[in-house]
Design a protein around this ligand. Structure first.
Ligand SMILES: NC(=O)c1ccc[n+]([C@@H]2O[C@H](COP(=O)([O-])OP(=O)(O)OC[C@H]3O[C@@H](n4cnc5c(N)ncnc54)[C@H](O)[C@@H]3O)[C@@H](O)[C@H]2O)c1
Ligand SMILES: [Zn+2]
Ligand SMILES: [Zn+2]
Length: 362
């Protein structure tokens, strides 16, 4: 057992508190990783805001890069000193979804069994490992199928973003929707995920990329990262503007906010035969309402989970995009902070101040 500092989530709408926790030594296929950088993704905030529930106390954070410190006896893929990115899409490799190649939808994600000691404890009591990653902490205990090795020369803050937001946004475009060159695309929400989707659309060769947000500086960043048009949803009807720009609707729309109305707008904004892809986490219990007659126009709507990733092959490819300058990750990091600043960084995200905050541990 190793002592470490972590931010503990107690209950919705309460601040996380920094505590001294204990993390177990790796067993079996587990790896203990020293966290170097952890992005602050809106999915954590949805739990803090009470729109999604998890058992507490728990440690949140799931967009992380770090250095391997210790490996379990069955691990052959990693060794101490390796630089890694964590991914919440841990997979078993044996369930029907995994065997059909949809490892991101694994139905039997590996985790400690009740007869093993808990991964995290606080004064001897178990603490939940949010998203099986729990990166708002100095150390992480992750199954080897939740990690991928990266080069020692990749900046850790940028690598961390690939751990969730980038894989989610780029993957939604390239893997879930499979946007073709020459397409028209609209992206609702220009936070970490939306900005990654915009870059995915640029990489795919989209002809028009329309960024939609309520905050002007977010639209500015979106244009720098590849949007050809921007629409300020705070000043009028975003769907009407998208229809005007495209002469009748986009081929592909992406919702990257987590808002029922934005999901409905994304569906409205596509042309007949177009596809709307919902990435955002719409609060549990809320329904998305669609005009039934629109299905006669062969309009399609689908979800996207973590960019439909096969992260062990996708993440190294996204790093190559980064090295070639196709994926601009450094530009997405608008603030670096410490673990102790986590509540303030969640606030900054809620208030639309930042593209992405990254907590740095070194
Ligand atoms: N499906 C998945 O696997 C997956 C993975 C990661 C994140 N997510 C979800 O994706 C969503 C986006 O995450 P993020 O980290 O980029 O969040 P973020 O807070 O960084 O970005 C959201 C953006 O939406 C904008 N926005 C808010 N209301 C708007 C409105 N009415 N119209 C237009 N723009 C509006 C905000 O200004 C902000 O720029 C969240 O719901 C998150 O939980 C889903
Ligand atoms: Zn995330
Ligand atoms: Zn599986």
């Amino acid at each position: 057992m190793v002592a470490m500092k972590a931010a503990v989530f107690h209950a919705a709408n309460e601040p996380l508190t920094i505590e001294q926790l204990e993390i177990a030594e790796p067993e079996g296929f587990e790896v203990r990783v020293r966290t170097v950088a952890s992005g602050v993704c809106h999915s954590d905030l949805h739990f803090v805001d009470g729109f999604y529930q998890m058992k507490t106390p728990a440690v949140l954070g799931h967009e992380a890069a770090g250095v391997v410190e210790a490996v379990g006896p069955l691990v052959t893929e990693f060794q101490p000193g390796d630089h890694v990115i964590a991914c919440l899409s841990t997979f078993c490799g044996k369930c029907e979804r995994c065997l059909e190649g949809q490892t991101h939808l694994c139905t039997n994600k590996p985790q400690r069994s009740p007869d093993q000691p808990p991964a995290l404890t606080w004064n001897g009591d178990p603490v939940g490992q949010g998203f099986r990653v729990a990166s708002y902490a100095e150390q992480m205990l992750i199954h080897e199928n939740g990690l991928v090795k990266i080069g020692d020369d990749i900046p850790m803050a940028s690598a961390a973003l690939i751990g969730c937001g980038v894989t989610t946004g780029v993957g939604a475009v390239l893997k879930t929707a499979k946007v073709e060159a020459g397409s028209t695309v609209a992206v609702f929400g220009c936070g970490g995920v939306g900005l990654a989707a915009i870059q995915g659309a640029r990489i795919a060769g989209a002809r028009k990329i329309i960024a939609v947000d309520m905050v002007e500086h977010k639209l500015g960043t979106a244009r720098e990262l590849g949007a050809t048009h921007s629409v300020d949803a705070s000043t009028g009807d975003a769907v009407a503007k998208i229809r005007e720009i495209t002469g009748g609707g986009v081929d592909y729309a992406f919702e990257a906010i987590g808002l029922k109305v934005a999901a409905e707008q994304a569906f409205e904004a596509i042309r007949p035969g177009g596809t709307a892809t919902i990435i955002g986490m719409i609060p549990v219990g809320q329904k998305v309402e669609l005009p039934g007659a629109a299905f006669l126009g062969e309009k399609k709507i689908q979800g996207s989970n973590m960019g439909s990733n096969h992260f062990k092959v996708d993440m190294p490819r996204y790093i190559e995009f980064y090295q070639r300058g196709l994926l601009q990750l450094d530009q997405m990091i608008t603030a670096r902070a410490r673990l102790e600043d986590v509540n303030d960084r969640l606030r900054a995200m809620k208030e639309g101040e930042v593209a992405r905050s990254v907590l740095m541990f070194d």
